[in-house]
Design a protein around this ligand. Sequence first.
Ligand code: ME8
Length: 522
Amino acid sequence: MNKFYITSPLYYVNASPHIGHAYTQIVCDAAARFEKQLEGGDTFFMTGTDEHGEKIEQAALKAGYKAGEEKKFVDGIVPRFKELWKTLKVNYDYFIRTTDTIHKKTVEKVLQILNEKGKIYKKVYKGWFCTPCENFFSNAEVNEGVCPDCKRKLERLNEENYFFKISEYQKELIDHIKDDRIFITPDIRKNEVLSFLEKNELQDLCISRPKKRLRWGIEIPFDKNFVTYVWFDALINYISGIGYLNDRKKFDSLWPHVGHVIGKDILRHHAIYWPIILLALGEKPPKSIFVHGWWVIGGEKMSKSKGNVVDPAYFTDKYGVDALRYFLLSAVGFGYDGTFYEKLFIDKYNNDLANDLGNLVNRTLTMVEKYFAGVVPDVEEKDIDNEIKSNTEDLPGKLADAYANMNSLSALKVVLERIGWANKYIEEKAPWKLAKEDERKLKIVIYNLVQTLAALAICLYPFIPDTAGKIWAQLGMKEKIANIKFKSNQRSRPSLWGIVTSGTQISKGQPLFPRIVSGKDE
Ligand code: ME8
Protein backbone atom coordinates (compact mmCIF):
# COMPACT_ATOMS: atom_id res chain seq x y z
CA MET A 1 0.00 0.00 0.00
CA ASN A 2 1.24 3.49 -0.80
CA LYS A 3 1.83 5.90 2.00
CA PHE A 4 -0.04 9.16 2.14
CA TYR A 5 2.49 11.96 2.01
CA ILE A 6 1.34 15.30 3.36
CA THR A 7 3.32 18.52 3.24
CA SER A 8 3.04 22.00 4.67
CA PRO A 9 4.65 24.94 2.85
CA LEU A 10 8.12 25.82 4.07
CA TYR A 11 7.77 28.92 6.19
CA TYR A 12 9.98 31.94 5.61
CA VAL A 13 12.17 32.54 8.62
CA ASN A 14 12.18 36.33 8.43
CA ALA A 15 10.20 36.55 11.71
CA SER A 16 8.35 34.42 14.27
CA PRO A 17 5.37 32.32 13.18
CA HIS A 18 1.82 33.66 13.59
CA ILE A 19 -1.74 32.33 13.60
CA GLY A 20 -1.74 31.91 9.80
CA HIS A 21 1.21 29.51 9.95
CA ALA A 22 -0.25 27.80 13.00
CA TYR A 23 -3.41 27.21 10.98
CA THR A 24 -1.65 25.52 8.05
CA GLN A 25 0.29 23.31 10.44
CA ILE A 26 -2.78 22.29 12.43
CA VAL A 27 -4.67 21.49 9.22
CA CYS A 28 -1.80 19.21 8.15
CA ASP A 29 -1.46 17.65 11.57
CA ALA A 30 -5.16 16.86 11.86
CA ALA A 31 -5.18 15.31 8.39
CA ALA A 32 -2.11 13.19 9.16
CA ARG A 33 -3.55 12.05 12.49
CA PHE A 34 -6.91 11.30 10.89
CA GLU A 35 -5.27 9.17 8.23
CA LYS A 36 -3.13 7.32 10.78
CA GLN A 37 -5.71 6.77 13.51
CA LEU A 38 -9.08 6.68 11.82
CA GLU A 39 -8.22 5.33 8.39
CA GLY A 40 -5.48 3.04 9.66
CA GLY A 41 -3.24 4.35 6.87
CA ASP A 42 0.45 5.01 6.69
CA THR A 43 1.35 8.68 6.48
CA PHE A 44 4.43 10.82 6.25
CA PHE A 45 4.05 14.46 7.21
CA MET A 46 6.86 16.82 6.28
CA THR A 47 7.26 20.46 7.19
CA GLY A 48 10.18 22.86 7.41
CA THR A 49 11.61 26.28 6.74
CA ASP A 50 12.43 28.38 3.68
CA GLU A 51 15.68 30.13 4.50
CA HIS A 52 17.26 31.72 1.41
CA GLY A 53 16.53 34.81 -0.67
CA GLU A 54 16.42 38.54 -0.55
CA LYS A 55 13.68 38.80 2.06
CA ILE A 56 15.66 36.70 4.57
CA GLU A 57 18.90 38.49 3.73
CA GLN A 58 17.24 41.84 4.43
CA ALA A 59 15.70 40.56 7.68
CA ALA A 60 19.14 39.39 8.83
CA LEU A 61 20.69 42.78 8.08
CA LYS A 62 17.84 44.52 9.85
CA ALA A 63 18.36 42.31 12.89
CA GLY A 64 21.97 43.50 13.09
CA TYR A 65 23.74 40.59 11.39
CA LYS A 66 26.49 41.39 8.88
CA ALA A 67 26.47 40.25 5.26
CA GLY A 68 27.62 36.63 5.30
CA GLU A 69 26.06 35.92 8.69
CA GLU A 70 22.62 34.96 7.37
CA LYS A 71 22.97 31.35 8.49
CA LYS A 72 23.49 32.51 12.07
CA PHE A 73 20.34 34.60 11.80
CA VAL A 74 18.17 31.77 10.45
CA ASP A 75 19.60 29.34 12.99
CA GLY A 76 18.18 31.64 15.64
CA ILE A 77 14.70 31.77 14.10
CA VAL A 78 14.14 28.11 13.16
CA PRO A 79 13.81 26.97 16.83
CA ARG A 80 10.91 29.40 17.27
CA PHE A 81 8.99 27.47 14.62
CA LYS A 82 9.95 24.11 16.08
CA GLU A 83 8.94 25.21 19.58
CA LEU A 84 5.56 26.44 18.41
CA TRP A 85 4.88 23.19 16.56
CA LYS A 86 5.73 21.30 19.74
CA THR A 87 3.38 23.48 21.79
CA LEU A 88 0.59 23.01 19.25
CA LYS A 89 1.10 19.21 19.28
CA VAL A 90 2.00 19.19 15.61
CA ASN A 91 3.34 15.69 15.04
CA TYR A 92 5.45 15.90 11.88
CA ASP A 93 7.66 13.07 10.69
CA TYR A 94 10.43 15.18 9.18
CA PHE A 95 11.57 18.78 9.31
CA ILE A 96 13.48 20.05 6.30
CA ARG A 97 15.50 23.26 6.07
CA THR A 98 16.48 24.65 2.70
CA THR A 99 19.97 25.20 4.13
CA ASP A 100 20.34 21.42 4.69
CA THR A 101 23.17 19.94 2.62
CA ILE A 102 20.96 17.27 1.05
CA HIS A 103 18.49 19.90 -0.06
CA LYS A 104 21.17 22.11 -1.57
CA LYS A 105 22.68 19.14 -3.42
CA THR A 106 19.24 18.17 -4.74
CA VAL A 107 18.56 21.68 -6.04
CA GLU A 108 21.95 21.68 -7.79
CA LYS A 109 21.21 18.29 -9.32
CA VAL A 110 17.78 19.39 -10.55
CA LEU A 111 19.32 22.49 -12.13
CA GLN A 112 21.98 20.38 -13.81
CA ILE A 113 19.44 17.92 -15.20
CA LEU A 114 17.22 20.67 -16.56
CA ASN A 115 20.21 22.50 -18.02
CA GLU A 116 21.46 19.34 -19.73
CA LYS A 117 17.96 18.78 -21.13
CA GLY A 118 18.10 22.27 -22.65
CA LYS A 119 15.33 23.64 -20.46
CA ILE A 120 17.36 26.54 -19.07
CA TYR A 121 18.68 29.58 -20.95
CA LYS A 122 20.05 33.04 -20.18
CA LYS A 123 18.54 36.39 -21.13
CA VAL A 124 18.11 39.92 -19.85
CA TYR A 125 15.17 40.24 -17.47
CA LYS A 126 13.28 43.48 -17.56
CA GLY A 127 10.41 43.61 -15.17
CA TRP A 128 9.25 44.00 -11.62
CA PHE A 129 10.10 42.20 -8.42
CA CYS A 130 8.38 42.29 -5.03
CA THR A 131 10.84 41.47 -2.24
CA PRO A 132 8.31 40.81 0.57
CA CYS A 133 6.45 38.40 -1.72
CA GLU A 134 9.59 37.16 -3.52
CA ASN A 135 7.63 37.30 -6.80
CA PHE A 136 8.29 38.56 -10.34
CA PHE A 137 5.63 40.54 -12.24
CA SER A 138 5.37 41.58 -15.88
CA ASN A 139 4.48 45.13 -16.97
CA ALA A 140 0.98 43.98 -17.85
CA GLU A 141 0.35 42.83 -14.28
CA VAL A 142 1.58 46.00 -12.59
CA ASN A 143 -0.14 49.29 -11.96
CA GLU A 144 1.77 52.35 -10.69
CA GLY A 145 4.79 50.31 -9.59
CA VAL A 146 3.04 48.55 -6.71
CA CYS A 147 2.73 44.81 -6.07
CA PRO A 148 -0.63 43.43 -7.31
CA ASP A 149 -0.72 41.10 -4.26
CA CYS A 150 0.57 43.04 -1.24
CA LYS A 151 0.35 46.59 -2.69
CA ARG A 152 3.87 47.50 -1.63
CA LYS A 153 6.41 49.29 -3.84
CA LEU A 154 8.08 47.07 -6.44
CA GLU A 155 11.72 47.00 -7.55
CA ARG A 156 12.40 47.54 -11.24
CA LEU A 157 14.87 44.91 -12.49
CA ASN A 158 16.96 45.06 -15.62
CA GLU A 159 19.57 42.32 -15.41
CA GLU A 160 20.81 39.16 -17.02
CA ASN A 161 19.38 35.98 -15.53
CA TYR A 162 18.68 32.30 -16.14
CA PHE A 163 15.23 31.26 -17.27
CA PHE A 164 13.38 27.97 -17.14
CA LYS A 165 11.28 27.15 -20.22
CA ILE A 166 7.92 26.59 -18.62
CA SER A 167 5.87 27.76 -21.58
CA GLU A 168 6.27 24.49 -23.46
CA TYR A 169 4.38 22.58 -20.73
CA GLN A 170 1.27 24.76 -20.67
CA LYS A 171 -1.03 22.42 -22.61
CA GLU A 172 0.09 19.31 -20.72
CA LEU A 173 -0.46 21.05 -17.40
CA ILE A 174 -3.98 22.18 -18.35
CA ASP A 175 -4.87 18.57 -19.18
CA HIS A 176 -3.50 17.30 -15.88
CA ILE A 177 -5.54 19.82 -13.90
CA LYS A 178 -8.71 19.47 -15.95
CA ASP A 179 -9.01 15.75 -15.44
CA ASP A 180 -7.88 15.91 -11.79
CA ARG A 181 -4.63 14.01 -12.27
CA ILE A 182 -3.48 17.04 -10.31
CA PHE A 183 -6.44 17.39 -7.97
CA ILE A 184 -6.85 20.97 -6.79
CA THR A 185 -9.43 21.71 -4.12
CA PRO A 186 -11.62 23.66 -3.47
CA ASP A 187 -13.02 24.04 -7.00
CA ILE A 188 -12.72 27.79 -6.94
CA ARG A 189 -8.91 27.38 -6.85
CA LYS A 190 -8.90 24.76 -9.58
CA ASN A 191 -10.93 27.11 -11.75
CA GLU A 192 -8.68 30.04 -10.89
CA VAL A 193 -5.60 28.17 -12.12
CA LEU A 194 -7.34 26.85 -15.22
CA SER A 195 -8.69 30.23 -16.20
CA PHE A 196 -5.24 31.78 -15.73
CA LEU A 197 -3.65 29.07 -17.87
CA GLU A 198 -6.32 29.29 -20.55
CA LYS A 199 -6.24 33.09 -20.81
CA ASN A 200 -2.50 33.75 -20.57
CA GLU A 201 0.54 32.51 -22.36
CA LEU A 202 2.98 31.34 -19.69
CA GLN A 203 6.12 33.44 -19.42
CA ASP A 204 9.35 31.51 -18.84
CA LEU A 205 10.34 31.60 -15.19
CA CYS A 206 13.34 33.60 -14.02
CA ILE A 207 15.21 31.19 -11.73
CA SER A 208 18.36 33.08 -10.76
CA ARG A 209 19.62 36.22 -9.06
CA PRO A 210 23.03 37.69 -9.90
CA LYS A 211 25.43 37.35 -6.96
CA LYS A 212 26.34 40.98 -7.20
CA ARG A 213 22.81 41.72 -5.94
CA LEU A 214 22.10 38.69 -3.75
CA ARG A 215 24.58 36.26 -2.22
CA TRP A 216 22.26 34.39 0.15
CA GLY A 217 21.12 31.47 -1.97
CA ILE A 218 22.11 28.18 -3.58
CA GLU A 219 24.75 28.77 -6.23
CA ILE A 220 23.78 27.87 -9.79
CA PRO A 221 26.02 24.83 -10.44
CA PHE A 222 26.91 25.87 -13.99
CA ASP A 223 27.51 29.57 -13.30
CA LYS A 224 29.20 30.74 -10.10
CA ASN A 225 28.01 34.30 -10.62
CA PHE A 226 24.40 33.48 -9.82
CA VAL A 227 22.31 32.03 -7.01
CA THR A 228 18.99 30.22 -7.39
CA TYR A 229 15.71 32.14 -7.14
CA VAL A 230 14.26 31.29 -3.73
CA TRP A 231 11.00 29.79 -5.01
CA PHE A 232 12.75 27.41 -7.40
CA ASP A 233 14.97 26.37 -4.47
CA ALA A 234 12.11 25.98 -1.97
CA LEU A 235 9.67 23.94 -4.07
CA ILE A 236 12.27 21.24 -4.55
CA ASN A 237 12.06 20.48 -0.81
CA TYR A 238 9.05 18.29 -1.50
CA ILE A 239 11.33 15.77 -3.19
CA SER A 240 14.70 16.52 -1.59
CA GLY A 241 13.24 15.70 1.84
CA ILE A 242 12.05 12.23 0.82
CA GLY A 243 15.18 10.90 -0.81
CA TYR A 244 15.00 12.00 -4.46
CA LEU A 245 18.79 12.07 -4.48
CA ASN A 246 19.78 9.68 -1.70
CA ASP A 247 16.97 7.21 -0.98
CA ARG A 248 15.13 6.20 -4.12
CA LYS A 249 13.18 3.46 -2.30
CA LYS A 250 11.68 5.95 0.12
CA PHE A 251 11.05 8.40 -2.69
CA ASP A 252 9.19 5.81 -4.74
CA SER A 253 7.03 4.82 -1.77
CA LEU A 254 5.87 8.42 -1.29
CA TRP A 255 5.91 10.17 -4.64
CA PRO A 256 3.53 11.27 -6.20
CA HIS A 257 0.95 10.27 -3.52
CA VAL A 258 1.19 13.67 -1.97
CA GLY A 259 -1.22 16.27 -0.61
CA HIS A 260 0.35 19.71 -0.61
CA VAL A 261 -1.47 21.95 1.89
CA ILE A 262 -0.94 25.61 1.05
CA GLY A 263 -2.46 29.05 1.51
CA LYS A 264 -4.16 30.62 -1.52
CA ASP A 265 -1.30 33.13 -1.87
CA ILE A 266 1.03 30.46 -3.17
CA LEU A 267 -1.32 28.65 -5.52
CA ARG A 268 0.44 29.52 -8.78
CA HIS A 269 3.80 28.40 -7.48
CA HIS A 270 2.37 25.02 -6.51
CA ALA A 271 -0.12 24.46 -9.29
CA ILE A 272 1.97 25.81 -12.18
CA TYR A 273 5.71 26.10 -11.52
CA TRP A 274 6.05 23.01 -9.35
CA PRO A 275 4.26 20.50 -11.59
CA ILE A 276 6.19 21.86 -14.56
CA ILE A 277 9.54 21.42 -12.80
CA LEU A 278 8.55 17.81 -12.19
CA LEU A 279 7.29 17.21 -15.73
CA ALA A 280 10.53 18.64 -17.11
CA LEU A 281 12.51 16.33 -14.83
CA GLY A 282 10.51 13.36 -16.11
CA GLU A 283 8.78 12.82 -12.75
CA LYS A 284 5.04 12.67 -12.03
CA PRO A 285 3.37 15.88 -10.87
CA PRO A 286 1.82 15.99 -7.36
CA LYS A 287 -1.47 14.13 -6.85
CA SER A 288 -3.28 16.79 -4.87
CA ILE A 289 -3.15 20.39 -3.71
CA PHE A 290 -5.35 21.56 -0.83
CA VAL A 291 -5.69 25.33 -0.81
CA HIS A 292 -6.90 27.14 2.28
CA GLY A 293 -7.92 30.78 2.76
CA TRP A 294 -6.40 33.52 4.85
CA TRP A 295 -6.77 34.65 8.40
CA VAL A 296 -7.54 38.30 8.06
CA ILE A 297 -7.18 41.21 10.50
CA GLY A 298 -8.89 44.52 9.85
CA GLY A 299 -9.67 43.40 6.30
CA GLU A 300 -6.03 42.59 5.48
CA LYS A 301 -4.12 39.31 5.31
CA MET A 302 -2.23 38.68 8.53
CA SER A 303 1.41 38.76 7.49
CA LYS A 304 4.90 38.78 9.01
CA SER A 305 6.14 41.53 6.74
CA LYS A 306 3.10 43.73 7.48
CA GLY A 307 3.42 43.13 11.21
CA ASN A 308 -0.37 42.82 11.79
CA VAL A 309 -0.01 39.41 13.34
CA VAL A 310 -1.65 37.49 16.17
CA ASP A 311 0.73 35.47 18.33
CA PRO A 312 -0.50 31.89 18.82
CA ALA A 313 1.24 31.74 22.23
CA TYR A 314 -1.13 34.41 23.57
CA PHE A 315 -4.09 32.10 22.91
CA THR A 316 -2.47 28.84 23.98
CA ASP A 317 -1.25 30.38 27.26
CA LYS A 318 -4.60 31.93 28.01
CA TYR A 319 -7.08 29.32 26.80
CA GLY A 320 -5.10 26.14 26.07
CA VAL A 321 -3.71 24.47 22.97
CA ASP A 322 -6.82 22.49 22.08
CA ALA A 323 -8.99 25.58 22.40
CA LEU A 324 -6.86 27.21 19.68
CA ARG A 325 -6.77 24.06 17.53
CA TYR A 326 -10.53 23.70 17.83
CA PHE A 327 -11.18 27.32 16.94
CA LEU A 328 -8.95 27.30 13.87
CA LEU A 329 -10.37 24.02 12.59
CA SER A 330 -14.02 24.81 13.19
CA ALA A 331 -14.41 28.54 12.63
CA VAL A 332 -14.19 28.56 8.81
CA GLY A 333 -14.82 26.05 6.06
CA PHE A 334 -11.65 24.88 4.36
CA GLY A 335 -10.76 27.30 1.57
CA TYR A 336 -12.54 30.35 3.00
CA ASP A 337 -11.01 33.41 4.65
CA GLY A 338 -11.62 33.92 8.36
CA THR A 339 -11.47 36.97 10.57
CA PHE A 340 -9.60 36.33 13.74
CA TYR A 341 -10.91 38.05 16.83
CA GLU A 342 -10.97 37.09 20.47
CA LYS A 343 -14.68 37.58 21.09
CA LEU A 344 -15.52 34.97 18.45
CA PHE A 345 -12.91 32.66 19.92
CA ILE A 346 -14.45 32.97 23.39
CA ASP A 347 -17.99 32.43 22.10
CA LYS A 348 -17.02 29.23 20.31
CA TYR A 349 -15.05 28.04 23.30
CA ASN A 350 -17.94 28.61 25.68
CA ASN A 351 -20.61 27.13 23.41
CA ASP A 352 -18.92 24.10 21.91
CA LEU A 353 -16.17 23.19 24.34
CA ALA A 354 -17.34 24.34 27.78
CA ASN A 355 -21.13 23.93 27.46
CA ASP A 356 -21.41 21.01 25.08
CA LEU A 357 -18.35 18.77 25.26
CA GLY A 358 -17.02 19.70 28.71
CA ASN A 359 -20.43 19.39 30.31
CA LEU A 360 -21.16 16.05 28.72
CA VAL A 361 -17.91 14.57 29.99
CA ASN A 362 -18.34 16.06 33.43
CA ARG A 363 -21.97 15.06 33.87
CA THR A 364 -21.47 11.52 32.59
CA LEU A 365 -18.46 10.78 34.75
CA THR A 366 -20.05 12.40 37.79
CA MET A 367 -23.01 10.04 37.40
CA VAL A 368 -20.77 6.98 37.04
CA GLU A 369 -19.14 8.02 40.31
CA LYS A 370 -22.33 8.89 42.10
CA TYR A 371 -24.52 5.97 41.10
CA PHE A 372 -21.99 3.20 40.48
CA ALA A 373 -18.99 4.10 42.68
CA GLY A 374 -16.97 4.98 39.56
CA VAL A 375 -17.39 1.56 37.91
CA VAL A 376 -18.90 1.28 34.42
CA PRO A 377 -22.15 -0.67 34.88
CA ASP A 378 -23.07 -3.95 33.26
CA VAL A 379 -25.97 -4.21 30.79
CA GLU A 380 -27.60 -7.31 29.49
CA GLU A 381 -27.44 -8.11 25.78
CA LYS A 382 -31.22 -7.74 25.41
CA ASP A 383 -31.03 -4.21 26.89
CA ILE A 384 -28.65 -2.83 24.28
CA ASP A 385 -30.30 -0.01 22.38
CA ASN A 386 -29.59 -0.89 18.77
CA GLU A 387 -30.29 2.57 17.46
CA ILE A 388 -27.79 4.22 19.79
CA LYS A 389 -25.32 1.45 19.11
CA SER A 390 -25.49 1.77 15.33
CA ASN A 391 -25.40 5.57 15.45
CA THR A 392 -22.23 5.34 17.51
CA GLU A 393 -20.68 2.77 15.23
CA ASP A 394 -21.50 4.87 12.18
CA LEU A 395 -19.83 7.96 13.60
CA PRO A 396 -16.33 7.46 12.11
CA GLY A 397 -17.79 6.75 8.67
CA LYS A 398 -19.89 9.90 8.78
CA LEU A 399 -16.90 11.82 10.05
CA ALA A 400 -14.74 10.57 7.19
CA ASP A 401 -17.38 11.58 4.62
CA ALA A 402 -17.74 15.04 6.15
CA TYR A 403 -13.97 15.44 6.32
CA ALA A 404 -13.51 14.93 2.56
CA ASN A 405 -11.14 17.55 1.14
CA MET A 406 -10.00 18.57 4.63
CA ASN A 407 -13.30 20.11 5.60
CA SER A 408 -12.72 20.01 9.34
CA LEU A 409 -15.63 22.40 9.91
CA SER A 410 -18.08 19.78 8.58
CA ALA A 411 -16.28 16.95 10.37
CA LEU A 412 -16.46 18.73 13.70
CA LYS A 413 -20.14 19.46 13.10
CA VAL A 414 -20.76 15.71 12.94
CA VAL A 415 -19.05 15.31 16.31
CA LEU A 416 -20.84 18.30 17.78
CA GLU A 417 -24.22 16.91 16.69
CA ARG A 418 -23.56 13.69 18.55
CA ILE A 419 -22.47 15.63 21.63
CA GLY A 420 -25.73 17.58 21.39
CA TRP A 421 -27.67 14.35 21.08
CA ALA A 422 -25.99 12.92 24.20
CA ASN A 423 -26.71 16.02 26.27
CA LYS A 424 -30.34 15.87 25.19
CA TYR A 425 -30.47 12.16 25.99
CA ILE A 426 -29.43 12.95 29.57
CA GLU A 427 -32.20 15.53 29.89
CA GLU A 428 -34.81 13.18 28.43
CA LYS A 429 -33.84 10.13 30.46
CA ALA A 430 -33.28 12.12 33.68
CA PRO A 431 -30.95 9.60 35.34
CA TRP A 432 -31.41 11.38 38.67
CA LYS A 433 -35.04 10.22 38.59
CA LEU A 434 -34.13 6.73 37.39
CA ALA A 435 -31.73 6.47 40.34
CA LYS A 436 -34.75 6.51 42.59
CA GLU A 437 -37.09 4.45 40.41
CA ASP A 438 -35.38 1.96 38.09
CA GLU A 439 -31.79 0.79 38.46
CA ARG A 440 -31.88 -1.38 35.32
CA LYS A 441 -32.82 1.59 33.16
CA LEU A 442 -30.26 3.78 34.91
CA LYS A 443 -27.53 1.27 34.06
CA ILE A 444 -28.54 1.27 30.40
CA VAL A 445 -28.50 5.07 30.15
CA ILE A 446 -25.10 5.42 31.82
CA TYR A 447 -23.63 2.58 29.77
CA ASN A 448 -24.84 4.22 26.55
CA LEU A 449 -23.32 7.53 27.56
CA VAL A 450 -19.96 5.98 28.43
CA GLN A 451 -19.77 4.20 25.06
CA THR A 452 -20.74 7.41 23.27
CA LEU A 453 -17.99 9.32 25.08
CA ALA A 454 -15.37 6.77 24.10
CA ALA A 455 -16.42 6.99 20.46
CA LEU A 456 -16.37 10.78 20.61
CA ALA A 457 -12.86 10.75 22.07
CA ILE A 458 -11.61 8.66 19.15
CA CYS A 459 -13.31 10.93 16.64
CA LEU A 460 -11.95 14.08 18.28
CA TYR A 461 -8.40 12.80 18.51
CA PRO A 462 -7.13 14.13 15.14
CA PHE A 463 -8.45 17.59 15.91
CA ILE A 464 -7.92 18.06 19.66
CA PRO A 465 -5.59 15.23 20.66
CA ASP A 466 -4.86 16.28 24.23
CA THR A 467 -8.51 16.59 25.16
CA ALA A 468 -9.35 13.31 23.45
CA GLY A 469 -6.55 11.65 25.43
CA LYS A 470 -7.87 13.13 28.67
CA ILE A 471 -11.42 11.89 28.03
CA TRP A 472 -10.00 8.50 27.14
CA ALA A 473 -7.92 8.32 30.33
CA GLN A 474 -10.84 9.53 32.48
CA LEU A 475 -12.90 6.68 31.05
CA GLY A 476 -10.34 4.37 32.61
CA MET A 477 -8.77 3.28 29.31
CA LYS A 478 -5.24 2.05 29.84
CA GLU A 479 -3.97 1.86 26.26
CA LYS A 480 -2.85 5.19 24.81
CA ILE A 481 -5.44 6.69 22.48
CA ALA A 482 -2.72 7.33 19.90
CA ASN A 483 -2.28 3.57 19.56
CA ILE A 484 -5.91 2.95 18.66
CA LYS A 485 -6.15 2.31 14.93
CA PHE A 486 -9.54 2.38 13.36
CA LYS A 487 -10.50 1.86 9.74
CA SER A 488 -13.58 3.97 9.17
CA ASN A 489 -13.87 2.82 5.58
CA GLN A 490 -13.93 -0.93 6.21
CA ARG A 491 -17.01 -2.98 6.84
CA SER A 492 -15.06 -5.36 9.05
CA ARG A 493 -13.75 -2.50 11.15
CA PRO A 494 -13.49 -2.99 14.90
CA SER A 495 -16.69 -1.86 16.56
CA LEU A 496 -16.73 1.46 18.33
CA TRP A 497 -19.38 0.09 20.62
CA GLY A 498 -18.43 -1.55 23.87
CA ILE A 499 -14.87 -0.19 23.89
CA VAL A 500 -15.14 0.59 27.58
CA THR A 501 -15.98 -2.75 29.16
CA SER A 502 -18.34 -3.10 32.07
CA GLY A 503 -16.46 -3.14 35.34
CA THR A 504 -13.91 -0.54 34.18
CA GLN A 505 -12.96 1.89 36.95
CA ILE A 506 -13.20 5.44 35.63
CA SER A 507 -11.09 8.27 36.96
CA LYS A 508 -12.84 11.60 36.69
CA GLY A 509 -10.54 14.63 36.36
CA GLN A 510 -10.81 18.40 36.44
CA PRO A 511 -13.37 20.02 34.10
CA LEU A 512 -11.83 20.05 30.61
CA PHE A 513 -12.91 23.52 29.57
CA PRO A 514 -13.88 25.89 32.40
CA ARG A 515 -16.20 28.62 31.12
CA ILE A 516 -14.58 31.93 30.20
CA VAL A 517 -16.36 34.96 31.61
CA SER A 518 -15.73 38.34 29.90
CA GLY A 519 -12.39 37.23 28.50
CA LYS A 520 -11.17 36.02 31.87
CA ASP A 521 -11.11 32.52 33.29
CA GLU A 522 -13.81 31.84 35.82
O1 ME8 B 1 5.01 31.65 1.21
N1 ME8 B 1 -3.65 33.16 6.86
O2 ME8 B 1 6.15 31.30 3.18
P1 ME8 B 1 5.30 32.18 4.20
C1 ME8 B 1 -3.55 31.84 6.60
N2 ME8 B 1 8.17 30.28 1.91
N3 ME8 B 1 -2.39 31.24 6.29
C2 ME8 B 1 -1.30 32.00 6.25
C3 ME8 B 1 -1.32 33.39 6.50
C4 ME8 B 1 -2.58 33.96 6.83
N4 ME8 B 1 -2.73 35.24 7.13
N5 ME8 B 1 -0.07 33.86 6.38
C5 ME8 B 1 0.71 32.79 6.06
C6 ME8 B 1 5.95 31.19 1.84
N6 ME8 B 1 -0.03 31.68 5.99
C7 ME8 B 1 7.00 30.36 1.14
C8 ME8 B 1 6.43 28.98 0.86
S1 ME8 B 1 6.67 26.45 -0.01
C9 ME8 B 1 7.74 25.60 -0.93
C10 ME8 B 1 7.38 28.04 0.18
C11 ME8 B 1 0.40 30.31 5.69
O3 ME8 B 1 5.98 32.01 5.51
C12 ME8 B 1 -0.05 29.90 4.30
O4 ME8 B 1 -0.25 28.51 4.25
O5 ME8 B 1 5.12 33.54 3.68
C13 ME8 B 1 1.16 30.24 3.48
O6 ME8 B 1 1.08 29.52 2.29
C14 ME8 B 1 2.24 29.75 4.44
O7 ME8 B 1 1.80 30.25 5.69
C15 ME8 B 1 3.65 30.14 4.16
O8 ME8 B 1 3.85 31.52 4.21
